[in-house]
Design a protein around this ligand. Structure first.
Ligand SMILES: Cc1cc2nc3c(=O)[nH]c(=O)nc-3n(C[C@H](O)[C@H](O)[C@H](O)COP(=O)(O)OP(=O)(O)OC[C@H]3O[C@@H](n4cnc5c(N)ncnc54)[C@H](O)[C@@H]3O)c2cc1C
Length: 372
């Protein structure tokens, strides 16, 4: 049995950020992550600049990785209507392979104990957590942060309601060599989904799309699906046809759920996608994961320094989480519901292209301000 102050389940963006923050303040942190580092992940890899000041305060030298600086959005509908818009705050392009690995190295440097294993259970008893991994190792802690991503075995274990419902969304990602402007994030609509295109730190183009399972199952494989569905958008056809894939096989994930989740479950403070996944079309999930890690770390510090009771900790975290993210997630769910209806999607997107202030409003309502 290993005793510590904080156990973080999952070492993705949210888990590693919280671990870095808490260890920087001198707390003993164990992060349990089931995968090895570094690793490619399905993600659009465009990250809002709102996280930059906070990452700098944690001593994470993002600039050393030479991310692209992204200042413009290009948006194109299936039938060729398109718009270019300056992004109010902008962002940067960095692969998850590099970003997560940078955070991992910082967490190690700060003294976090990173364990490679899968957490199977987490029991709260007599004001203490007992976290058990696949190899039956038990970790006890005063605080547990749930950072296990959008969907995990632990969601079943904790009987979370969202996990009972099937989700129709799947996503595909690959890196490509080719030509695409460094400063643009492209969002290209196709029937039943959209595709995000932007450059990352090593000059590669990240192409990541989200599609509806019912459209996908009409085709034999990804290649046929892309040719039959994505290529109907001429911009996408051109990008795919003039680029060369880097990975032998694209990465895929399914069952991507945008359902409501609880920010606190079984006394665990949930952060990142474990508390709620915003539709990727909003392009802000990574910033929200990092921001929620900060909020949870700060609330945990108050608790560990005996400045608040557990009930106050849970209430304060839930309230702050709701203030920062609830409305953004609601907006993401509305977009997801629209995308499920092809004719409505087309109408909404055509109108949005004609009246760019609609896009501006969506960006405003789904993004935050710089996190200090
Ligand atoms: C298709 C798609 C495109 C996206 N594009 C963008 C984008 O362009 N910009 C943006 O800002 N956001 C984007 N997002 C959202 C973004 O990827 C997520 O919000 C972000 O990864 C959340 O980070 P996280 O730390 O919460 O989860 P993750 O990064 O998924 O980390 C969770 C970690 O927990 C680990 N884990 C799970 N279960 C266990 C267990 N039982 N024990 C131990 N470890 C466990 C996993 O291995 C994983 O490493 C996109 C999402 C999708 C689906």
């Amino acid at each position: 049995m290993v005793n510590t102050e904080i156990v973080i389940i999952g070492g993705g963006l949210a888990g590693l950020t919280a671990g870095i923050h808490l260890s920087q303040k001198g707390f003993a942190v164990v992060i349990i992550e089931k995968n090895e580092y570094p690793k490619h992940k399905v993600c659009g890899e465009y990250i809002s600049n709102e996280v930059k000041p906070y990452l700098e305060s944690l001593g994470i030298p993002i600039q050393n990785a030479h991310p692209t600086s992204i200042t413009q959005l290009e948006f194109a509908t299936l039938y060729g209507a398109s718009l270019h818009q300056k992004l109010p705050l902008g962002g940067f392009g960095i692969s998850r392979y590099t970003l997560d690995h940078m955070l991992y190295q910082k967490a190690i440097e700060n003294g976090c104990n990173i364990i490679k294993n899968t957490v199977e259970t987490c029991v709260f008893k007599e004001d203490q957590f007992f976290v058990t991994t696949q190899n039956q190792e038990i970790y006890t802690a005063k605080i547990v942060l749930g950072a296990f991503g959008k969907r995990a075995n632990l969601d079943y274990y904790l009987h979370r309601t969202f996990i009972q419902k099937q989700s129709p969304w799947l996503a595909v990602k690959n890196h490509f060599q080719g030509n695409f402007p460094d400063d643009v994030v492209g969002l290209y609509h196709f029937k039943g989904g959209y595709c995000g295109v932007s450059k990352v730190e090593n000059g590669r183009i990240n192409i990541c799309y989200i599609a509806h399972y019912k459209d996908f199952k009409l085709y034999k494989n990804l290649d046929d699906f892309e040719k039959g569905v994505l290529f109907k958008n001429q911009k996408l056809k051109h990008i795919f046809e003039t680029s060369v894939p880097v990975f032998e096989k694209p990465l895929t994930i399914s069952q991507i759920s945008f359902e409501k989740k609880e920010p606190v479950s079984a006394h665990i403070l949930m952060i990142g996608d474990t508390a709620g996944l915003i539709h990727p079309l909003c392009g802000n999930g990574m910033a929200m994961a990092i921001h929620s890690a900060k909020i949870a770390a700060e609330a945990s510090i108050d608790f560990l320094q005996y400045k608040s009771s557990r009930a106050t900790l849970e209430l304060a975290y839930t309230e702050t989480w709701n203030i920062n993210f609830k409305a953004r997630l609601r907006m993401g769910r509305s977009l997801s519901a629209i995308l499920e209806q092809p004719i409505l999607t087309l109408i909404v997107l055509q109108v949005a292209v004609l009246f760019p202030f609609i896009i501006k409003q969506i960006i405003k309502r789904t993004h935050g301000t710089p996190i200090s």
